[in-house]
Design a protein. Structure first.
Length: 141
């Protein structure tokens, strides 16, 4: 194996699964996250992070997003000064996101890069993908 850091050949890199499925994953995950409940992340933490976000990020989060996480539905409305989150419904929106709960929690703990997950179709986005990226900036550490 070539030890050159500029060598991006398959022999010199590990797959995403190799990086996230090691025995340290649970330790890292549990230390960074208070809970592994994606409902808590979406309904409680995300609105708090949105309120604390810098002005540039807040200016990009204008509109409505619908998220389907492992079959559960959530709607985010950023059309007013404060974000509104609803559970159990997908309202008309600018962007729709579909993601597994496992991938969402891995993104929230920093184990998965959301842009890579979008490119590899682990996250499905309909509508404005830029809006989805800004949302994941709130979720990722």
């Amino acid at each position: 194996m070539n030890n050159n850091p500029d060598d991006f050949s398959p022999q010199n890199s590990k797959s995403l699964e190799d990086k996230t499925d090691n025995s340290n994953t649970t330790k890292i995950d549990s230390k960074k996250r208070k809970t592994n409940d994606f409902n808590d992340l979406i309904l409680n933490e995300l609105p708090l992070r949105a309120a604390k976000a810098n002005d540039l990020l807040k200016s990009k989060l204008k509109g409505k997003i619908a998220i389907k996480v492992s079959g559960e539905k959530f709607s985010f409305d950023w059309t007013s000064a404060q974000v509104t989150v609803k559970s159990g419904t997908l309202e008309a929106c600018d962007t729709e996101i579909e993601i597994s709960s496992q991938d969402l929690m891995r993104i929230s703990s920093g184990l998965v890069n959301p842009q890579i997950a979008m490119l590899s179709e682990r996250i499905k986005v309909k509508g404005n993908p830029e809006f989805a990226i800004y949302l994941f900036n709130l979720i990722a550490p």
